[in-house]
Design a binder for this molecule. Structure first.
Ligand code: ATP
Ligand code: MG
Length: 200
């Protein structure tokens, strides 16, 4: 009998994608024996309206470039092709329609998981996927409202300490500091080619 496909879903702004994202996805893939991890770049991110986010096509292409070499990684356009701000519930609804027989694992950083109750349709969200919260350095101790969360649907997983964030990568580019080895080589080159994050 064929086993149920297990699919990881890694949502993010990916502005730019960096090795922290890739290590987290790789760890979760191995830990849960996932058949595939689908990276899903957001549309206009509703929680980041405080800064200008790079065009969706640039974030999508960077995600494709960074994941191309891993046969278990792929990229979905569901969020960038859907008009309006991205809500996790819509991502999961679209993907469960595309993969009706699969079990979905939504991968998120601990910081994002902590905001979970601000999400839309929380109850349905937890029905559509299991949640994997990756802890990373620099993140303060998780203060999850445990009594309000379905803890049987959440796993916290410690991933190797990679103190990399997209914010730090953008700041480095703006200051002319290197991003080599924080992001894949192709991303360093893509950022330069498209003149991203130079504040011009
Ligand atoms: P920004 O600094 O702009 O917020 P970011 O580095 O947090 O960017 P996002 O695109 O916001 O990147 O993150 C996508 C997902 O990856 C989120 O769930 C986030 O918590 C997680 N994540 C980001 N950086 C890391 C890291 N170094 N290790 C593990 N998970 C990470
Ligand atoms: Mg973030």
């Amino acid at each position: 009998m064929e086993r149920i496909r297990r699919i990881g879903v890694m949502g993010g702004t990916f502005d730019p994608i960096h090795h922290g994202h890739l290590v987290a996805a790789s760890e979760v893939q191995a830990y849960f024996d996932l058949d595939e991890v689908i990276f899903v770049p957001t549309g206009q991110p509703w929680q980041k309206s405080d800064r200008k986010v790079s065009p969706a096509e640039d974030r999508y292409l960077m995600t494709v470039i960074a994941t191309a070499s891993n046969p278990r990684f792929s990229v979905s356009r569901v969020d960038i092709d859907r008009p309006g701000p991205t809500y996790t519930i819509d991502t999961l609804r679209d993907l469960s329609r595309l993969y009706p027989d699969a079990e979905l694992f939504f991968i998120t950083g601990a910081d994002a998981l902590a905001q979970i109750l601000t999400w839309r349709d929380v109850d349905e969200t937890f029905k559509l996927a299991q949640f994997v919260g990756c802890t990373r350095p620099g993140t303060e101790a998780l203060e999850l409202p445990l009594d309000q969360l379905p803890m049987d649907r959440i796993t916290l997983l410690e991933v190797p300490a990679l103190a990399i964030s997209s914010t730090e990568c953008r700041a480095r580019v703006a200051k002319g500091n290197p991003t080599w080895y924080l992001v894949p080589d192709g991303i360093v080159q893509y950022i330069a080619k498209r003149e991203l994050y130079t504040n011009r």
